[in-house]
Design a binder for this molecule. Structure first.
Ligand SMILES: [Zn+2]
Length: 157
């Protein structure tokens, strides 16, 4: 499995944590390059250092939990009825699209997404936040992270 599949899946786990800790509902942008990822969300205030630390902690907790990552495929109308607008981001799905692929991590993140994903959160390994930038004029928070592999047990790295 390519590292970018892990990095992309990590975006969903991170988004779940960001939504819980900061109440940020809307994703404005995502970027993946190798083991590096960046999630941009709409928010109207600068988070505290404690909140950022908690976002990282909650993301890694969900990864350690090794929760199933499901890919559902359903009619757009059915998906909207079941999940509401939570499946959408600020970049719209074209109106011509009638069937949606839905990324589903139970009680954590649900999102219309046609990218490839790991089968469980544990396969991601772990993440480390490397830079957080708040842009007050745009009301955007950019969270950059790296995915790192599991440490082999018993070996100090
Ligand atoms: Zn996805």
């Amino acid at each position: 499995m390519s590292i970018e599949v892990k990095t992309h899946t990590a975006l969903h786990v991170l988004k779940g944590a960001v939504q819980r800790v900061l109440g940020a509902k809307w994703t404005a942008g995502v970027h993946v390059e190798d083991s590096h990822g960046r999630l941009t969300v709409k928010i109207d205030r600068r988070p505290t250092d404690d909140e950022i630390a908690l976002v990282e902690e909650e993301t890694n907790r969900k990864i350690r939990e090794d929760a199933p990552v499901e890919e559902l495929e359903m009619d757009k109308a059915e998906a909207e009825e079941r999940f509401g607008d939570a499946i959408y981001d600020l970049f719209p799905v074209p109106s011509s699209v009638k069937k949606l692929k839905i990324l589903y991590i139970k009680d954590w993140n649900v999102n219309a997404c046609k990218e490839r994903h790991t089968r469980s959160t544990g396969e991601i390994g772990g993440i480390r936040l490397i830079k957080v930038r708040f842009r007050p004029s745009k009301g955007l928070l950019e969270i950059s992270f790296d995915v790192y592999p599991h440490k082999p047990s018993g070996i100090e790295l």
